[in-house]
Write a protein that binds this ligand. Structure first.
Ligand SMILES: C[S@@+](CC[C@H](N)C(=O)[O-])C[C@H]1O[C@@H](n2cnc3c(N)ncnc32)[C@H](O)[C@@H]1O
Length: 261
């Protein structure tokens, strides 16, 4: 049912492991034909099994080309409200929210400039995926920077951000989280997902381990709390660390936002 979505993740992201798979198959074939020592055949088999498993997991089990499965049912349980997808790209998280929260509207915000593993990363691709979900009338996409969002204070009931804020430098992370706090209504929810190197990352995307330093959950909790949020839930998913946080009401948040702007 999800096969028609096209989130544009490049061939290399989904099928890069086909390269070690092909090399291992070739080496294994050569080793068999030339009667090389048994350990060379075993090594080629191990690499081939690892690469094939990674390809199946990333594409079919985790579903790179499927809308995001929300990691917690506690995000926007009413199913309604105005949601911002911060760093929306081609709309994986936005479509996940549109499907799981049928009375919500979602605005995608993204620079839409640069590669980020997504080919043709444009508002048009975002909207095409919202249309496939049958929810285009509840979606829109806006160009803008996470660190200086083109929205008024308190416009949104909830914000989701998947694998975007963790690509910013530390000062950018602080600014983006202050912006999320600014555009949220008091007591609004923030579901933050970041890339987390765990067993799944080593299995499906070992090349990305180098770009994503191991995350310290306590550091992210501190950044959220200093940015005006209470963290209500944290958890992990394959290659993912998530936080469900709630904006504190009142003057404290305004002071923090002013201090970081
Ligand atoms: C790895 S992609 C993730 C896209 C999408 N959230 C998903 O889960 O498929 C990171 C996205 O963050 C966006 N991005 C990075 N820095 C940004 C910034 N300063 N302001 C707005 N968007 C930004 C990129 O354009 C890209 O679309």
């Amino acid at each position: 049912m999800f096969s028609s979505y096209d989130f544009g993740y490049s061939w290399f992201v989904g099928y890069g492991l086909a390269i070690p798979l092909a090399v291992a198959a070739l080496a294994g074939g050569l080793a068999l034909r030339r009667r090389w020592p048994r350990w060379t055949i075993a090594a080629a088999a191990v690499v081939a099994i690892w690469a094939a498993t990674g390809i199946v997991l990333i594409n079919f089990t985790f579903g790179l080309e499927r809308p995001l499965d929300l990691p917690t049912a506690r995000f926007l349980p009413s199913g309604a409200g105005r949601v911002l997808d911060a760093g929306a790209g081609s709309g994986r998280a936005a479509v996940g929210v549109l499907l799981a929260r049928p009375k919500a509207t979602v605005t995608g915000l993204d620079l839409y400039d640069g590669y980020w593993g997504i080919e043709d990363n444009t508002p048009e691709r975002f909207m095409a995926n919202a249309r496939i979900a049958g929810a285009a009338e509840r979606a829109d996409a806006v160009r803008g920077d996470l660190r200086a969002m083109p929205f008024r204070d308190g416009e949104f009931d909830a914000v989701i951000s998947s694998y975007a804020i963790d690509h910013l430098r530390q000062d950018g992370v602080v600014k983006a989280i202050a912006e999320v706090a600014r555009v949220l209504k008091p007591r609004g929810e923030f579901l933050l997902l970041i890339v987390h190197v765990n067993w799944a990352t080593w299995l499906v995307s070992p090349h990305s381990v180098a770009h994503h330093p191991r995350q310290d959950p306590m550091r992210w909790r501190d950044v959220l709390e200093s940015g005006g949020f209470d963290v209500e839930e944290t958890g992990t998913r394959p290659s993912t660390l998530y936080f469900l946080a709630r904006k504190r009401g009142g003057a404290a948040t305004a002071a923090i936002t002013a201090a970081t702007s």
